[in-house]
Design a protein around this ligand. Sequence first.
Ligand SMILES: Nc1ncnc2c1ncn2[C@@H]1O[C@H](COP(=O)(O)OP(=O)(O)OP(=O)(O)O)[C@@H](O)[C@H]1O
Ligand SMILES: [Mg+2]
Length: 320
Amino acid sequence: MLNAKPQADRPSLLLRGVRKTFADVVAVNGIDLEVTPGECFGLLGPNGAGKTTTIEICEGLTAPDSGDVELLGLNWRTNADELRQRIGLQLQETQFSEKMTVEETLRLFRSFFHRGITVEDSIKTAQLEEKRSARVGTLSGGQKQRLAMACALVGDPELLFLDEPTTGLDPQARRNLWDLLDRLKQEGRTIILTTHYMDEAERLCDRVAIMDHGRIIALDTPPRLIASVGGEHIVEFAATSRDNRDGAVDPALLTAIDGVESHRLTAGIHQLSVRELHTAVPKIFSVLASQGLHLDEFRTHSATLEDVFVSLTGRNLRDE
Ligand SMILES: Nc1ncnc2c1ncn2[C@@H]1O[C@H](COP(=O)(O)OP(=O)(O)OP(=O)(O)O)[C@@H](O)[C@H]1O
Ligand SMILES: [Mg+2]
């Protein structure tokens, strides 16, 4: 079946000083990146951060204005044919020929590669058995996405680029794709993916780079990035008072609480990163009570990569 042979001696992907400008938009603003063989690497960031441009530069679809790109020890200038045989890619949006069937589409893609898996195996991998004879134009969005994944895998790639592979998939199809990616990782393949789903990045990626405005603003393993927020838990609340309608709280009173690492106020919601909930929460309540404030909203969650983005930029990923 699938049979990848990563080269352990050199990075699967190496970017140095990569830049790309479209008219007056700097889409990628000097990126350095090294992805090791067998790694699952995630690119995260809000809309327009430059993830697709970066990945398309890696895939040889967009030429960078400057910088070096090396994949599997090769480059697009001198080794394009070999690279096309050894990588698999799923674009953010793929336009297939609507009149062709699923099976015909996969047969066509399989014909582009000297070696690979059988069309039958790729249909099975993407769980498209029931749709093998359906015309592509009749597939649902999620089914098209799975067909794109099958096309990315049919050449048995060592290095796989997936641009938002689970966007538009239902929860079950999403989990199935996670299981598939786990298997591809176990086979030693290198995977580079973009996603807006923080839980997905935490679950799948060995390391992630958080991008914003064309730059990498943080790069590490998900647990280390989350630890960098300073507290394991996030407490969010909104408060009002009878005499002071906006419910203002002096941030110094909150950050003075033992175990509270940081405070931020966004759109009326106070957000604290906290080491231990059971000791900090009662103290937060008593500070609010001492100020004559009562809670309108209160919630806690374990810190996530989303909180990392907020702590780095002061913005929510979803606000973009
Ligand atoms: N072909 C193009 N022509 C002009 N501008 C472009 C082009 N491609 C990308 N851009 C711009 O470059 C910036 C980065 O876009 P890119 O598609 O790389 O972002 P992204 O991080 O993939 O976003 P999303 O999460 O929405 O997919 C955006 O401002 C976008 O408008
Ligand atoms: Mg994109």
